[in-house]
Design a protein around this ligand. Sequence first.
Ligand SMILES: Cc1cc2nc3c(=O)[nH]c(=O)nc-3n(C[C@H](O)[C@H](O)[C@H](O)COP(=O)(O)OP(=O)(O)OC[C@H]3O[C@@H](n4cnc5c(N)ncnc54)[C@H](O)[C@@H]3O)c2cc1C
Length: 448
Amino acid sequence: MDKRTDVLVVGGGPAGIISAVTAKKYYPNKDILLMKNIANGCIPCGIPYMFTSLENPDDNKLGNTALDKHNINVAVDEAIKIDCRQKKVFSKNNIEYNYEKLILAIGSNPIIPPITGAEKKGIYPAYKDMDYLKNVVQKIKKAKNILILGGGFIGVEFADELSNAKGVKVYLAELLPHLLENSFDEEFYSLVEEKLRAKPVNVLTGTKVVEFLGRDKVESVRFDNGDELKIDSVILGIGAIPNTALAIEAGLDSGKGKGIWVDEYMRTTDPDIFAVGDCVGKRDFYTRRNTPVMLASTATAEARIAGANLYKLKVVRENKGTIAIYSTYVDGLALGSAGLTEGSAKKEGFEIIVGNAEGIDKHPGSMPGANKIKVKLIFSKQSGIIMGGQVSGGISAGEIINIIGMAIQQRVSLTELETLQVATHPYLTSAPTMYPVILAAQDASGRI
Ligand SMILES: Cc1cc2nc3c(=O)[nH]c(=O)nc-3n(C[C@H](O)[C@H](O)[C@H](O)COP(=O)(O)OP(=O)(O)OC[C@H]3O[C@@H](n4cnc5c(N)ncnc54)[C@H](O)[C@@H]3O)c2cc1C
């Protein structure tokens, strides 16, 4: 069967939904069809919270509301082949979709580590599929000894969440010497380790898992020092790989396996095919080198760029590179990171200066609900341009990191941050005299 649509979006994750909605906004007369191979999706960032925080796993459902509201057609089907010359996508349901413009938003899949026994029952990768996850939630609710593999933000969030359940032992294993080491400097990741150890989560850093043991189902795990640990369930949180097979088969540049190659406007090597989100290779904001950042926020930013540029290039809407901005939450402690850490900036060879500030996020500090807040900013020593920042504290840290992220993207200078005009209120923010972003900039300027 043949179907025709002006714009075909393949993939129903955050990048697919936002590129379809944006395309409709910029080109309202175009017919848009979104094809997704998972009927019941979920909000990926909410996956760890389906286990205890959310009353019902279905509360984390990713529905079609935004698509319906914008008159975007939806097909539950799977793209199996693209013919770029004829501008057709062939599907599992034997439909040939003819398109004018195609957007690939086919995402990523969890990495399954090459560890002996990784295929055993009771070992769960974080697939973004509601039906699969509901089954995992039921199984994990009966578990007594859970190992989480990977101490990045996904592993940390799972450990925090699962340790809320009574009578469960939670182990978090990470190969690197520290949790969250790729995104935070020591002053910040040590707070997370303290919080988790106090819960208690058994934090096993510098630890390599070499084998999962058990008959059919996982029963224990062996580490590289020969120690074994009895466990009944494992959650894999060691990262994701971009889904590129469809693009490779179509002859598009797959970025040497690091994600589909796109230009600043999210066009692939075929100008009528765009690609967005986790399936796309990312280039660092400062170095333009490949960077393995896969975040829903980056995916949706790219989707907005693609949706706007589909038929006409709008120069103001271009991808200037990925800054790796994200926040997380561990047992009441909010943390955010944007751009380069002090460690990663030094490793890359940047000459930097650093500014730190600590304070309280309300004023006076005895206001109800006040929290400690800590800010670290990293600047280029020569130019004074901001290159990165980290925040920890109460809920406000989640938005303060977004101010820092904006500053990085706008290449704001130390002087501009030092003289920043901000809104302050006793219930809502730190005092104007003690605003931590300004104080951190001042601290850095004192070191020049
Ligand atoms: C547990 C977890 C927690 C996370 N938390 C955060 C967070 O707090 N903040 C954050 O920014 N990011 C977070 N992320 C990362 C975030 O989920 C991803 O960056 C985001 O989902 C990428 O969106 P996407 O649309 O590009 O890809 P995906 O979400 O992977 O969506 C791609 C979709 O395309 C479908 N598809 C693939 N191939 C085909 C085909 N051939 N035909 C039809 N459909 C197809 C897939 O089934 C999938 O539904 C988290 C990820 C996980 C796993």
